[in-house]
Design a protein around this ligand. Structure first.
Ligand code: GLA
Length: 974
């Protein structure tokens, strides 16, 4: 039973009380505890050297139970003096209001659904200055013990806010230390004799740095004295980034000698602590998977079935026993019932499984029924694998579960252990069971080309909702993402209500089904689309499905959005912590008419606006005068670029921007050298006409030779000029699912695997290159591609009003820091709608700001205004890109409003849009969510001060007058 965190938060100063139930077992544990306390006391002396020490058992500041992870003791014991402290701190502004307590913020009780808590520790009466890291003695290093918060290790910790670190060490003689640099290379570090102290700032305060994660077994942050191992963001020149590893939240550093060392890493707001992602193997072969705010339970029955027990809010291990004896779950209550996800973790076709199954195969003898029994289970860290083997054939399905913060990832490996071929007719990643509810409402992102990700909500009746793509890419019609809730329309359901959601990380044809049984239970499946699928599994091989991700939120769509954004930022996108640059893309300015002079002119103007990345879109390569030719030949057009792209790239970079180009590697124009040389490299049926789409064919990336060619061609392109970014596009569907290769697998699967392989190899060879994913706009914006691309081009529709609706939906499934948005000319070429510059900028500033207009024709006044918007965006972009999104109003034909709260809570950006005057409305009152009610926020433009409580309970009044009115209000916490 977890101790109640709330009780530890009261103003008090008393020893840490370890709840009896926390003490795993009797005397042994008491002994261990005594040792641990002794260790901690030894640490204390070291702490005294840096700040005011705390006694083991102290409660510091307002709450800060002295936190000590059991593992903390271990390195200290093994390496005397090498102990490590993890210091937690709060920005002093948070404390000043608390009557001299520089303590801690809130730690929500576990029963709040296990949502992340902010933990911090400070020292009463010693306010911490924002920039005081250089000064000694202000911080206290508190030990951190997840268990004391009711969290079992390994806890997942995330630093929020800006991070400061200080290292202090004392050593009688000084000496050398073994260190490992950020690239993993071993090195030596000299340090001075006793009393030396080095400190510095790791991340500058303010808004220009993203949060830094401390995850289990991840190296994180840190620096220390000594030459040679540089870290770019070290400001004081003393050195050095040691590569520190955290294990269970403990930062460790190997010491050679008996000196003392204290690392004091001070996040300004503290550590965000998630419930520990952990997997418990319980009696009766039951497993309880617990992540941040959710639990998932399953069990192997004595008969070898793998039964589903629970998916939803956190439950206790003891509850699993109750679920196991819940007879209502038994299958077979009447002749017509069919085992489904509520009774079986894997519903595999065979017997009475006549509803949507997740797996269907054909054995060599023509048998198409499966009969699986659990064979083994294995837990490794946050991952559980259950192997189900067929009772007759040498075939197995391994079900994988991995806890990732607030998300559960699941996938399946299908194994042919025999010597006869097997064909997979359907191999979904997993089936998901949602519990009984009287009513189910589905939320999904439907759309079309230039109208992607439109938020769609419908009540489900008994029957099956099918969302899918059969186009070889995720497509524009729907995103592989679905959320399900009880649909309480009385409220917006933003702030309350349980929501389950499922996504699929797959950049090809996919299928999600939600089948509501008449008994009110809901079954969701997610996987590669089985449309036209016959995927061979030759003898001795295996195939692993893509990952499906399940995210549960106990408190409505706000929480669900936070969890998806956190998952995507923490576990999916490359360079998660890097601020995305302001982009200029020349597509709408020049279309296919790409000439160096005009591009350079655009580049000059873009640079003057403050753009940081300049991308030349379609039209730069040989033979590309219009849509009809050239795709496939990734060499610059000789007449326009006689010396290649390098001169232009150099000039762009000399203007202070990075340089990128558009490519469409998977397509080929019939009128191209590549197609002329390899007409057999495309998907085609031998006896059927080939389907042209946007005047291209699709290259057969299922073929190893095509993959190798593309890697080589892109490598040559990226080596030919200093290219920093690629916009990777695909503008046609997969139509003829045949590569003509004997014994090949299913093209539907292998094309996507080929795409991933080429992209991965290109990224490997050119790790500095950033990728934008595009497929005629937002046709490929799934989690699979997002693990390989820094951002997505969500739509070709750059009409700022249309974009509000597209972006509104997009941000349900994806973080705004993957959502590119350009300001283009008015009217836009697609909608012909005229929209003022201000509205266009504000709309684009809610995501990754880009500019895509023909700057050569912009007036001086517009250019000057644009430069101001860009500058303003840079002041808020860390808030937009890494902050917490709240949808305040989302009706695109009326008022759309949204806010972003910076990770450290210090800044709020509020956007409001009204396309037309309605009902004589002149102002709107926006009730902001997520602010500190006790804090004071100042309007950066007017200086007006508001309390957080006022902004929440009464609202922020925003004037929206006239058609296409828009407003951006930036509030700084003071
Ligand atoms: C697609 C993309 C556009 C642009 C064109 C170029 O439509 O979505 O952004 O790159 O191709 O042909």
């Amino acid at each position: 039973m977890a101790p109640q965190v709330a009780t530890q938060l009261e103003h008090r100063r008393e020893p840490l009380v370890v709840q009896p139930e926390q003490q795993v077992a009797g005397r042994q544990l008491a002994q261990a505890e005594a040792e641990r306390v002794a260790q901690l006391r030894r640490h204390r002396t070291h702490l005294d050297g840096v700040g005011r020490g705390v006694q083991a058992g102290d409660v510091v500041g307002r709450q800060a139970p002295l936190l000590a992870h059991p593992d903390l003791a271990a390195p200290a014991a093994a390496e005397p003096g090498g102990g490590v402290e993890l210091g937690l701190g709060l920005d002093h502004r948070a404390h000043d209001r608390r009557a001299g307590h520089t303590g801690v913020d809130e730690i929500p009780a576990p029963e709040s659904g296990g949502r992340p808590a902010v933990v911090g520790a400070g020292l009463a009466g010693e306010p911490v200055q924002r920039d005081d890291v250089g000064g000694a003695g202000h911080r206290v290093a508190d030990r951190f013990e997840p268990a004391a918060l009711g969290l079992e290790p390994p806890a997942q910790l995330q630093l929020v806010g800006s991070v400061h670190a200080r290292v202090a060490h004392s050593d009688p003689v000084g000496g050398e230390d073994d260190v490992v640099d950020a690239a993993g290379r071993p090195g030596r570090r000299r340090f001075a004799p006793d009393g030396a102290r080095q400190h510095g700032r790791l991340h500058r305060p303010g808004h220009d740095r993203p949060p830094v994660r401390i995850g289990q077994n991840e190296h994180v942050v840190g620096f220390g004295p000594g030459p040679g191992i540089g870290r770019r963001d070290h400001p004081h020149g003393v050195g050095v980034a040691d590569r520190l590893r955290t294990r269970h939240g403990v930062v460790s550093c190997r010491r050679r000698r008996d000196e003392t060392l204290t690392w004091n890493i001070v996040p300004r707001l503290g550590l965000r602590v998630a419930d520990p992602p952990s997997i418990l193997h319980l009696p009766d072969d039951a497993f309880l998977l617990r992540g941040d705010g959710f639990a998932y339970a399953l069990a192997v029955t004595p008969g070898g079935d793998l039964r589903h027990l629970h998916w939803g809010g956190p439950i206790e291990p003891a509850d699993v026993g109750v679920l196991l004896t819940d007879d209502a779950r038994e299958f077979g209550s009447n002749t017509w019932s069919s085992p489904r996800a509520h009774t079986e973790e894997l519903v595999a076709h065979g017997g009475r499984r006549l509803d949507e199954s997740a797996l269907k195969v054909e054995f060599a003898d023509g048998v198409r029924a499966l009969d699986l029994a659990a064979e083994s289970t294995a837990v490794s860290g946050d991952e559980l694998t259950v192997r189900l083997a067929d009772r007759h054939y040498p075939f197995a399905a391994e079900l994988h579960y991995r806890v990732r913060g607030g998300a559960l990832e699941r996938w399946t490996t299908l194994v042919n252990d025999g010597d006869a071929p097997i064909v997979l007719d359907r191999a979904y990643s997993a089936g998901w069971a949602l519990p009984w509810q009287p009513r189910w409402v589905a939320t999904w992102l439907a759309g079309a080309y230039a109208a992607e990700t439109q938020l769609t909500r419908r009540e489900l009746g008994p029957g099956r909702l099918v969302l899918e793509s059969r186009r070889g890419i995720p497509g524009h019609a729907a995103q592989p993402w679905l959320a399900l809730d009880a649909g309480d329309e009385a409220r917006a359901s933003d702030e309350a209500g349980a929501v389950w959601s499922v996504a699929l990380a797959w950049s090809g044809s996919w299928r999600l089904t939600a089948e509501l049984a008449a008994d009110g239970r809901l079954h969701v499946t997610a996987g590669v689309n089985d449309f036209d699928l016959r995927h061979p599994l030759p003898p001795g091989t295996s195939w692993t499905t893509p990952v499906t991700v399940g995210v549960f939120a106990a408190a409505g769509h706000d929480e669900l959005t936070d969890r998806w954004h956190a998952y995507e930022r923490t576990h999916v996108v490359p360079r998660p912590d890097a601020v995305r640059p302001v982009l200029y893309n020349s597509w709408e300015a020049t279309f296919f008419d790409v000439r160096p002079e005009s591009q350079l002119e655009l580049a000059r103007r873009a640079a003057a606006l403050g753009a940081e990345l300049f991308v030349v879109d379609d039209g730069w390569f040989a033979g590309r005068e219009d849509e009809s030719a050239g795709v496939g030949d990734w060499t610059p057009d000789r007449s326009a670029f006689p010396d290649g792209l390098k001169p232009l790239a150099d000039e762009v970079q000399a203007l202070g921007m990075r340089f990128g180009v558009w490519v469409e590697p998977e397509a080929v124009s019939p009128d191209s050298d590549l197609f002329r040389a390899h007409p057999d490299w495309i998907y085609q049926w031998p006896t059927r006409p080939r389907t042209l789409a946007r005047q291209t064919h699709l290259l057969a990336l299922s073929r190893p030779d095509v993959r190798a060619h593309l890697v080589q061609a892109l490598d040559a392109l990226l080596s030919s000029a200093p290219i920093d970014a690629l916009k990777w596009d695909l503008n046609r569907p997969l139509t003829e699912a045949s590569s003509g290769l004997e014994g090949a697998g299913s093209v539907w699967v292998e094309h996507v695997e080929g795409f991933y392989e080429v992209l991965d190899r290109v990224r490997e060879r050119h790790p500095g290159v950033w990728i934008e994913s595009c497929a005629s706009g937002g046709g490929r914006a799934d989690l699979g591609v997002l693990s390989r691309a820094e951002w997505v081009w969500p739509s070709d529709n750059t009409d700022a009003l249309e974009r509000l609706a597209i972006q509104h939906g997009y941000a349900y499934a994806h973080s705004p820091h993957t959502m590119m948005a350009w300001v283009t000319d008015s009217p836009t070429y697609l909608t012909k709608r005229e929209i003022p510059l201000r509205f266009r900028f504000h709309s684009a500033m809610t995501g990754l700001l880009g500019v895509g207009g023909n700057l050569a024709e912009w007036s001086d006044a517009d250019l000057a205004a644009a430069a101001e918007y860009v500058a303003q965006y840079k002041r808020i972009r860390a808030t937009v890109q890494f902050g917490t999104l709240r949808r305040l109003s989302g009706a695109p034909d009326d008022v759309t409003a949204l806010s972003y709260l910076a990770p450290d809570g210090a800044q709020v950006a509020v956007f409001a849009f009204a396309p037309s005057v309605r009902r004589l409305r002149r102002t709107v009152l926006l009730r902001l969510r997520g602010l500190d009610p006790a804090a004071v926020y100042a309007d950066a433009a007017t200086g007006t001060r508001y309390s957080g409580a006022l902004l929440h309970h009464h609202g922020l009044r925003v004037a929206l007058t006239g058609d296409y009115a828009s407003e951006l209000v930036v509030l700084d916490r003071i």
